[in-house]
Design a protein around this ligand. Structure first.
Ligand SMILES: [Zn+2]
Ligand SMILES: [Zn+2]
Length: 300
């Protein structure tokens, strides 16, 4: 199935050939008629979430009206006995009742690849909340970016994101409202207590599909990847994606990050479903890893 891509294409790594899956587009999705709100320039979005059903029981979600820095992919995987949700977006709009066909059942494991705002926003809606032990406390009491108000983000941090290749920030981390009465200042990231701590080597068994947890820190201390050996599919969270990687900030460690990236090269990967931007293959993964290792003055 060909992706109808609406995510902003980040001018990632200039020395790499462009990803043909990614047209040059803005980060606006479908907008209803422009509406004057108390926030003036913000329109009301047609639909908050975008959804793409792949043909192997995997569904990709993203939020096109969130600034590219925090516009994450999250993934629903249908299993015979239970389902798996990998990450959950910003939590700006309730996720579960938006998609009752996928989230109507209670037997869904909601797993966080790590605990940044764009990956745990809706995890509190789920009964089973799994995260690596190194970030359980942070999931319950998140710090860092926890609002939609850009003025609340430290200026130095904003500058580092723009230097990395992200577009400038407006007043809010969203460029449209989910509904006319929505007040962006009222948003708060919900903390959520973990119901199970995962560790490197754990297996998630959906009955007919099995996924290995691989602990690959660097972007954050408890970052995990989710690996389905049977299909060669790797869900990477923010360890690697086809956009500007974020490797300088609280909880980030370059040496550890490099070790984690090198470890990915050893896996017989067919497709990378990343935490941001379109999916890609092993060749692209290797290109991205080598560019970053070289940038950091390390041997690929
Ligand atoms: Zn992210
Ligand atoms: Zn992150």
């Amino acid at each position: 199935m060909r992706e109808v891509e609406t995510a902003y294409h980040l001018p990632v790594i200039e020395q790499l050939p462009g990803n043909p899956e990614t047209p040059e587009s803005q980060y606006t999705g479908g907008l209803r008629t422009r509406r004057v709100t108390e926030h003036g320039s913000l329109s009301v979005a047609d639909a908050w979430y975008r959804r793409l059903d792949l043909d192997n029981g995997v569904t990709r979600f993203w939020e096109p009206h969130v600034h590219p820095l925090e516009q994450a992919n999250f993934w629903h995987i249908r299993g015979r006995d239970r389902d798996l949700l990998i990450d959950s977006g910003m939590g700006i709009v309730p996720l579960r009742r938006s998609f009752p066909d996928l989230f109507g059942t209670a037997d869904i494991i909601a797993l966080a690849t790590h605990t940044h705002i764009d990956h745990i926003g809706a995890i509190h809606e789920f009964e089973q909340r799994w995260v690596h032990s190194a970030e359980a406390r942070h999931m319950e009491n998140p710090t860092g970016i926890t609002t939609l108000v850009c003025a609340d983000i430290p200026a130095a941090l904003c500058r580092s994101f723009i230097d990395a290749g992200y577009p400038p920030f407006g007043e809010f981390l969203i460029d449209a409202l989910p509904h006319a009465a929505y007040v962006p200042e009222s948003y708060r990231l919900h903390g959520a207590a973990a119901t199970k701590l995962v560790a490197h080597g754990d297996i998630i068994d959906l009955g007919d599909r099995r996924f290995d947890i691989i602990h690959l820190p660097g972007h954050s201390p408890g970052s995990i990847c989710v690996w389905e050996r049977e299909t060669g599919s790797l869900f990477t969270g923010d360890l690697v994606y086809d956009g500007p990687l974020v490797y300088e900030g609280p909880g980030m460690d370059l040496e550890v990050y490099a070790r984690s990236l090198r470890a990915l090269k050893e896996l017989p990967i067919k497709v990378v479903h990343a935490g941001h931007d379109p999916s890609f293959d092993k060749g692209r993964l290797t290109q991205i890893i080598d560019v970053y290792l070289q940038r950091w003055g390390m041997t690929p």
